[in-house]
Design a protein around this ligand. Structure first.
Ligand SMILES: *[C@@H]1O[C@H](CO)[C@@H](O)[C@H](O)[C@H]1NC(C)=O
Ligand SMILES: *[C@@H]1O[C@H](CO)[C@@H](O)[C@H](O)[C@H]1NC(C)=O
Ligand SMILES: *[C@@H]1O[C@H](CO)[C@@H](O)[C@H](O)[C@H]1NC(C)=O
Ligand SMILES: *[C@@H]1O[C@H](CO)[C@@H](O)[C@H](O)[C@H]1NC(C)=O
Ligand SMILES: *[C@@H]1O[C@H](CO)[C@@H](O)[C@H](O)[C@H]1NC(C)=O
Ligand SMILES: *[C@@H]1O[C@H](CO)[C@@H](O)[C@H](O)[C@H]1NC(C)=O
Ligand SMILES: *[C@@H]1O[C@H](CO)[C@@H](O)[C@H](O)[C@H]1NC(C)=O
Ligand SMILES: *[C@@H]1O[C@H](CO)[C@@H](O)[C@H](O)[C@H]1NC(C)=O
Length: 389
């Protein structure tokens, strides 16, 4: 009778919140142990769920002021925490092989998400949606979408190796460290409709990308092995590090019409359908080198004024090098190393293999603790209990 249990437990929630029993690190080793949390609406300390738990049902808890750590519970099938609004620490879920249901209708704030190897988890049941979370790592799950994770800011947003993930569409406004969307389902649609700036961005295996508001990338932005044909960055003006498109087999139209400066290397390599490189009309400064290799017939950087590094332009097609030769002779290209050649058997890039930011899972822990007071829900529960009594 879960509903009666929930009701009675909710009735005691306030009393529990004030009792000393709702503090400290707690270990939940069996389904029976789950009742350790029953009299509480707020738990101050870490909640550690061990291998013997089958169903984690937490009907009353509203806040965990600590971590929620669930690892190696291979018998765990479901997690239900309808009242839980926030977890201030890291929510770890690792190697939960049959976990198929995670229902947290009220959850909006989590310190960090660290979910690794959840091979039965297809969807999240997060009605409110998590809007606050600092570091997100979701890897090796069968999630088909990230519905329920509606973050506005994050330090790291790393979604990799989720082979059924068809869509990543997140309202992030900025990411102070790295965005990594890599090795998910081939052709995953990636959209960051509100992203204005991020430090590093790495996207692999995407079927579409959308960054309509992206204005600046402080570090590196790299697109590797994607299958989209178009990539446009209408608002992008500045990339602090390198800007790279490598091995995007269908890419035919690539443009960043307002991009003025690139702090590192500007690399286009192995994009076999990119025949005309003409989408960078405002680019004036490249602090690293310009490195284009592929099978393009035309390329132009009409505003180019200062390249601190070298220049490498290599294509298998017939190509007119006049524009680039002039950049070398006029001193626009200042670094050593200049090549411009067409009709090559093999077009080689100068800076070697794909530039990436790795799978970007750095781990500076900054818990954005969301403290919560006595909630209205608990008050209602207490009043209801009084009426019944
Ligand atoms: C980051 O994005 C959020 C959400 O769009 C916004 O409220 C905040 O002002 C942004 N912060 C910075 C430093 O750009
Ligand atoms: C990145 O650039 C944006 C816009 O120029 C700036 O607001 C932000 O503070 C920078 N972030 C970092 C981490 O340097
Ligand atoms: C692109 O993906 C294929 C498999 O689909 C893989 O063999 C290849 O190494 C990848 N290339 C890069 C540059 O990541
Ligand atoms: C390339 O993309 C830009 C920006 O989306 C668009 O304006 C332009 O028409 C496209 N060019 C081609 C040839 O599709
Ligand atoms: C490509 O270059 C060739 C020769 O350099 C030129 O005739 C042609 O007009 C160019 N095409 C475009 C689309 O710019
Ligand atoms: C381009 O592809 C070739 C052959 O697959 C590979 O050796 C090279 O590293 C790739 N270049 C880049 C910059 O990814
Ligand atoms: C950002 O990308 C650069 C270049 O690939 C890399 O050196 C750096 O470690 C990356 N930073 C993060 C936080 O991923
Ligand atoms: C980052 O990845 C490395 C190597 O894959 C791993 O050892 C480390 O635990 C990961 N860190 C986090 C925070 O996931």
């Amino acid at each position: 009778m879960p509903s009666l249990r929930s009701f009675l437990l909710a009735s005691f929630a306030i009393a529990g919140a004030l009792s000393a029993e709702c503090e400290g690190d707690v270990s939940i080793e069996s389904d029976g142990d789950v009742s350790k949390l029953d009299n509480c609406n707020s738990w101050k300390g870490d909640v550690i769920v061990g291998e013997g738990v089958g169903i984690l049902s937490i009907p009353t808890l509203q806040t965990i002021e600590g971590a929620l750590s669930i690892a190696g519970a291979t018998g765990l099938t479901s997690i239900s925490a309808p009242m839980l609004r926030s977890i201030s620490g890291t929510w770890t879920m690792q190697e939960l092989t049959i976990l198929s249901s995670v229902s947290c209708a009220s959850l909006t704030s989590v310190g960090n998400i660290n979910w690794v190897t959840l091979p039965a988890l297809k969807a999240l049941d997060f009605t409110s949606g998590v809007t606050k979370c600092d570091e997100v790592l979701i890897t090796d799950t069968i999630l088909t979408s990230l519905e329920g994770i509606n973050l506005q800011t994050a330090t790291n947003f790393n979604i990799n190796n989720n082979k059924y993930l068809k869509e990543v569409n997140v309202a992030l406004g900025n990411v102070s460290n790295a965005v990594n969307i890599e090795f998910n389902s081939k052709g995953v649609n990636v959209a960051f409709p509100d992203l204005v700036w991020a430090k590093n961005i790495t996207i692999r295996d995407a079927g579409s990308v959308s960054f309509p508001k992206l204005e600046s990338v402080n570090g590196t932005i790299a697109f590797i092995n994607n299958t989209f044909s178009d990539a446009s960055f209408p608002e992008l003006t500045e990339v602090g590090g390198s800007f790279a498109f490598n091995s995007n087999s269908q890419l035919s139209n690539c443009s960043a019409p307002n991009l003025e400066t690139i702090g590192g290397t500007f690399q286009l390599a192995n994009n076999t359908k990119l025949t005309n490189i003409d989408g960078f009309a405002a680019l004036t400064t490249v602090d690293g080198s310009v490195d284009f290799s592929g099978s393009f017939t035309n390329a132009t950087l009409p505003a180019l004024d200062d390249v601190r590094g070298g220049m490498n332009i290599q294509t298998t097609e017939e190509f007119d090098c006049t524009e680039f030769d002039n950049y070398k002779s006029d001193g626009v290209v200042k670094g050593s190393g200049y090549t411009c050649e067409g009709k090559l058997d093999e077009a080689k890039s100068s800076s070697g293999g794909s530039s990436t930011s790795g799978s970007g899972n750095s781990s500076d822990e900054t818990n954005s603790a969301a403290r919560a007071g006595v909630s209205i829900v608990a008050l209602f529960a207490a009043c209801a209990a009084m009426l019944v009594l």
